[in-house]
Design a protein around this ligand. Structure first.
Ligand code: AMP
Ligand code: MN
Ligand code: MN
Ligand code: MN
Length: 287
């Protein structure tokens, strides 16, 4: 159980991934994943499909989501694992969180139009699988397709991050609300890819202590967003704060993702894997 090939962070076309939950499940299984979680942004609509596909393949499954949160002027992602995907308060909280995405996308398109990139809203929409979830990733795909940038990373760098023409600040969920929705839906809250936030040490300390104060219990140590040095560093952070450790590729698409499903190094042996605390929430087929 400790050295399970667990991949507890991935996206389907129900949010900003390109594969359906079923195709993603098959890919995870083919890559040797033994315990999988689909963690679409601010959305649970793929959960039953993902679970059914996983169980049909004989792969264990944990229901999941990745909630967008605003904290200290930055967007932070909180992964919820082992949640009940039918929990009404979680469903309502996520609906409220993704509520302003359409208007935000229209403002993003206006910002891009001002620098000569026309019809980006319509262009991004062509990549959207779920009309309630228009994300920056869909704009990035459109800008690559139309030849404005070489790849999606360049699009983010030049157009979609703070201070750039297509960036629109947005108010996401509050940290305390996100953690509470996850806990009350029976799950464990996990800070996603902490190295991505560019916080000062004081801000990062505030994030971890407030997160724990709200009842958050885990942190991603092995993620596609961390370098080897960052994996080591957040392994230490997990130990210092007494947090459970998680492992997940953050896979979005075969063309764009740098890390394949199920291919990260194992968690260091001295850390407690988050799935050890979620055994009662793991779904599996009993032959
Ligand atoms: P949104 O929720 O619309 O703000 O979009 C956030 C998504 O954009 C993330 O979940 C990633 O999939 C993607 N993303 C964010 N920053 C970058 C980046 N610098 N390079 C590539 N993809 C990114
Ligand atoms: Mn994403
Ligand atoms: Mn994320
Ligand atoms: Mn993610």
């Amino acid at each position: 159980m400790h050295l399970l090939n667990a991949d507890l962070h991935s996206h389907s076309n129900v949010s900003d991934g390109t594969l359906s939950p079923e195709v993603l499940a098959a890919r995870a299984h083919a890559q040797g994943v033994e315990l999988w979680s689909l963690t679409d942004h601010d959305e649970l609509a793929g959960q039953h499909r993902a679970r059914d596909a996983a169980l049909a393949l004989g792969m264990r499954y944990l229901a999941g989501t990745e909630i967008s949160v605003s904290f200290a002027g930055t967007t932070v992602h909180i992964v919820g694992l082992g949640i009940d995907p039918d929990d009404p308060a979680l469903i309502a909280g996520l609906a409220a969180t993704r509520g302003g995405r359409r208007e935000r996308a229209q403002q993003m398109a206006a910002g891009l139009a001002a620098v000569g990139i026309k019809d980006a809203f319509e262009g991004a929409l062509r990549y959207v699988g779920n009309p309630e979830l228009i994300s920056r990733t869909h704009f990035a795909r459109f800008l690559v397709e139309s030849g404005v940038c070489e790849d999606t990373y360049a699009v983010f760098r030049r157009y979609l991050t703070e201070g750039k023409p297509g960036y629109v600040p947005h108010q996401w969920a509050r940290l305390g609300d996100a953690v509470r929705w996850i806990r009350e839906a029976g799950g464990i809250a996990v800070i996603a890819h902490p190295a991505r936030y560019r916080y000062t040490p004081i801000e990062e300390y505030a994030l971890f202590t407030e997160f724990i104060g709200h009842g958050g219990r885990g942190v991603e140590v092995m993620t596609g967003s961390h370098s080897a040095a960052e994996q080591a560093r957040y392994g230490e952070t997990a130990r210092e704060f007494g947090l459970l450790a998680s492992r997940g590729s953050d896979f979005h698409s075969p063309e764009e993702s740098r890390i394949e499903l199920g291919s990260l190094p194992d968690l260091p042996g001295h850390l407690e894997p988050v799935w050890m605390a979620l055994e009662h929430r793991i779904q599996e087929t009993h032959p």
